[in-house]
Design a protein around this ligand. Structure first.
Ligand code: ASP
Length: 312
């Protein structure tokens, strides 16, 4: 890992299979040292699961979903179990999976898919549509997606955060959305993002994560990107596709393109971060929040590492 500018890191640059994951950007990397340690353990587990899937299948979609599954199962992240709660105390999750050939699937406000990223993948692979608003339990069952009661996703920590957000105003500081970008041995790139949105969000609010081009994007001619942060700002900037198009049409490198887009996010009073992976094996993390959780793995770094010193 090379630190190339303030809050900007680069990995990779060799053309082999690789995966880069994030678990949100925000104002701290865990409230307590124990939480911070648990976050590192789960990031490591997730990046390893993703990289193992990539080595086994050479399918970047499998890698992205395998990594995101681990993060959706871990309660400390804002995705799947442990998702942020809406103003009426429900988990209403968004997810998107996009492949570099331009194909995408996403779900908005899903309430019962155990792994929202699987629901997005199923929309992409098993329907003629791209975006689906809260697919029913019945439809998810038909698509082969495991379902659970909404209660499964709700943790005490999230209930407390909701109560606090109602007392103090919105809690925009802690994001914890998860995402992954991966490249296979042939330079096919894939991006995925999964989130519970923002604590105390209005019922029905949709963030940037499930919107192809805003919070998630992949194109084999430019890059795969997953974003995290204040979704409204990322939507206004069409952040993910803007990074990809800056690389493709203006010849900017992923770090430069990301920093320019993050300046745009700031102009909308937003904060957050992005992970970017090009078909040529450049991988970049950039953020403008206090910190961002991320981890990377490729053939050279057989032992994937969550980046203690990536936390500024
Ligand atoms: N971007 C997500 C949203 O606005 C939240 C996050 O990244 O934490 O829904």
């Amino acid at each position: 890992m090379t630190r190339i500018a303030d809050k900007t890191f680069r990995f990779g640059a060799v053309e082999g299979p690789m995966i880069l994951i994030h678990a949100g950007a925000g104002d701290s990397c865990g409230e307590t040292p124990e939480q911070a340690e648990q976050i590192r353990v789960d990031l490591k587990k997730a990046v390893r699961a993703g990289f193992d899937a990539l080595k086994k299948t050479d399918d970047a979609s499998e890698a992205v979903c395998a990594a995101i599954h681990v993060l959706e199962d871990a309660t400390e992240f804002n995705a799947g179990r442990g998702a942020a709660l809406t103003e009426d105390g429900k988990a209403q999750m968004d997810a998107c999976l996009m492949t570099g050939d331009g194909d995408a699937g996403s779900v908005f406000g899903v309430t019962c898919a155990k792994h929202p990223i699987d629901a997005a993948k199923a929309v992409k692979e098993c329907t003629k549509h791209v975006c689906m608003d809260n697919p029913s339990e019945e439809l998810l069952g038909q698509l082969g997606v495991e379902t659970v009661e909404n209660e499964y996703f709700i943790t005490d920590a999230r209930r407390e955060m909701l109560a606090k957000a109602k007392e103090d105003g919105d809690d925009w500081g802690k994001h914890g959305t998860v995402g992954a970008v991966a490249r296979n041995s042939e330079g096919i790139v894939v991006a995925g993002t999964s989130t519970g949105g923002i604590t105390n969000q209005m019922n029905g609010r949709i963030g940037d994560s499930p919107l192809p081009g805003c919070g998630t994007y992949a194109n084999n001619r430019s890059a795969a990107i997953s974003c995290t942060g204040i979704g409204e700002a990322f939507i206004k900037e069409t952040a993910a596709v803007q990074i990809a198009d800056r690389m493709r049409f203006a010849g900017q490198d992923p770090a430069e393109a990301s920093r320019i887009v993050l300046d745009g996010i700031e102009s909308h009073h937003g904060d957050g971060g992005v992970i970017v992976m090009s078909p040529h094996g450049e991988a970049v993390v950039a953020f403008n929040s206090e910190m961002m959780n991320f981890a990377f793995a490729d053939d050279d770094q057989a032992i994937p590492f969550p980046l203690e010193d990536g936390l500024e």
